[in-house]
Design a binder for this molecule. Structure first.
Ligand code: ADP
Length: 478
């Protein structure tokens, strides 16, 4: 067994139950051993973060800038190694793993810059002889709970703004992907964070996550994960009067109008639905196609899908890596059966495939002849499975696109300015894409959705300040 990687509590690496981190492309490959924290260690971590808060929140913008910058530089310098670690533990292709690692470096770079751009307002009062100052202050201890599908980018886009705005952190990554989380925390620790500012507690949601969520000392909770868990944690947070930011599921529509450039539309669908093995909350899962071009478009997708290369994430020619684990693959297979039993037509894919190594390989699946009330069109599957829903015209397409409990991302392929503009204004989603895949966003602009997809302020870019700070209005008599 390799030396286990430990949890970081109050600046000390503390031991716990060592658990293997298994490669979904090759279950005989153990990426490393990682210590699961106990609930008591999580509570110690919260206490350490609380103790570290007063001093950290008073550091200068330049001190915080320097640490985030150093972290960004190291992540970028190690992008090949960290990208490989990411692909090994999560199953994204190496290109996707390196791309996500570069993204993490860019996020730290962005928030290093934000440290140097504090904002405030100085206003005259409506009363004579009084001045008013409006400032943003750090909140306190932030609990950060992250999912397995973006093992470095999501931790980065929560940790970087939390630190930038002067908060201290208790961070619990998903149990399936502790590798990138540990590497990121190690980088930030060595970059000069004072003890207790960033604490890492790896392990299970039901143990470590629960201890974080139950603590009244956690002043703000930011979570990305499944819809039911996020909804439950939001309710628990409300009981504690705590700030909460929840990014949950999606059932993202991609509309293809008859006037679309079908090459562009097909690229958007293949990328949006199947890249990263469909394991993105912004993945396209409902492909809403105008009847006039329906058969032609489905045939085009089927042809392109049959050429997709599914395999070991680290093989050079792989386009789609494995599903993350056996339980996710079993769930995907169950949805294939549900789709068939509901009367949808499986155009292709959905079956397991064998490769040289034992992994969780599944061919991307496309259903046609779907209706929007089928379970495969309503429930988030979180795998490489998409459903095509034929519609009469644009108005029906928009109505179907919006007929969902979710509202994260929505896309349209069209060459019409009129429909593109109308769709941008009327899609009930936090993010709208025109002639672009529903997945794939920038790091300097807001990320988030509506309805059951998101709760609380947006993430990323300048909008991150909304969650990671609290506003103070101070009056002074002259
Ligand atoms: P996913 O399908 O992405 O694993 P989950 O919502 O199950 O979605 O998990 C997302 C994150 O939330 C993970 O880090 C997980 O360990 C954590 N988690 C799950 N259940 C709870 C819970 N009851 N309390 C706190 N954290 C939890």
């Amino acid at each position: 067994m390799t030396e286990p990687k430990l949890n970081l509590v109050g600046g000390q690496w503390v031991a716990g139950d060592a658990t293997p981190n298994i490669n979904p492309s090759d279950t005989s490959d153990i990426v490393g051993h990682y210590a699961r924290a106990t609930a008591d260690q999580a509570r110690d971590a919260i206490a350490a973060a609380k103790a570290a808060f007063p001093a950290w929140s008073r550091t200068t913008p330049l001190e915080r800038h320097a640490i985030l910058r150093r972290a960004s530089d190291e992540i970028l310098a190690r992008k090949e190694e960290l990208g490989r670690l990411l692909s090994r533990e999560e199953g994204k292709t190496l290109a996707e793993g390196i791309g996500e690692t570069v993204r993490a470096a860019q996020i730290f770079d962005y928030f290093a810059g934000e440290c140097l751009r504090p904002e405030g307002e100085l206003l005259p009062s409506v009363r004579p002889g009084v001045g008013v100052e409006i400032t943003r202050e750090a909140i306190g201890v932030v609990g950060i709970i992250t999912p397995w599908n973006f093992p470095i980018a999501i931790p980065a886009w929560k940790i970087a703004p939390a630190l930038c705005h002067g908060n201290t952190i208790v961070f619990k990554p998903a149990d399936l992907v502790p590798g990138c989380a540990w590497a990121l925390v190690d980088i930030l620790h060595r970059a000069g964070l004072p003890d207790g500012v960033l604490n890492l507690v790896m392990g299970r949601g039901s143990v470590v996550g629960k201890a974080i969520v139950e603590s009244p000392d956690v002043a703000a909770l930011t979570f990305t994960g499944s819809q039911p868990t996020g909804a439950a944690l939001a309710v628990q947070s409300a009981h504690l009067m705590r700030k909460a930011q929840m990014e949950m599921g999606g059932k993202n529509p991609f509309v293809v109008l008859a006037d679309a450039d079908l090459d562009v539309a097909a690229d958007c669908v293949i990328n949006g639905a199947f890249f990263s093995t469909g394991q993105r909350c912004t993945a396209s899962s409902r492909i809403i196609v105008e009847e006039e071009i329906h058969d032609q478009f489905v045939a085009k997708l089927a042809e392109q899908m049959s050429a997709l290369r599914v395999g070991h994430a680290l093989s050079e020619d792989t386009q789609i890596g494995p599903v993350v684990d056996e339980s996710q693959l079993t769930q995907n297979e169950a949805y294939i059966e549900i789709g068939k039993s509901e009367g949808a037509r499986l155009v292709g894919g959905g079956h397991r495939v064998e490769r040289d190594t034992k992994g969780f390989f599944q061919m991307p699946a496309l259903f046609a002849d779907c209706t929007n009330d089928m379970r495969i069109a309503r429930e988030e599957i979180f795998g490489p499975v998409a459903s095509v829903i034929p519609v009469r015209d644009y108005d029906t397409a928009l109505a179907v696109a919006n007929d969902t409990e979710f509202g994260l991302s929505a896309g349209i392929a069209t060459t019409s300015l009129k429909y593109a503009t109308h769709f941008k204004r009327n899609a009930e989603a936090g993010m709208v894409m025109v002639n672009l895949p529903t997945a794939g966003v920038d790091f300097h602009v807001p990320f988030g959705g509506r309805k059951a997809s998101s709760y609380g302020p947006r993430e990323q870019g300048r909008y991150a300040a909304e969650f990671f700070t609290t506003v103070k209005t101070a009056y002074t008599a002259a």
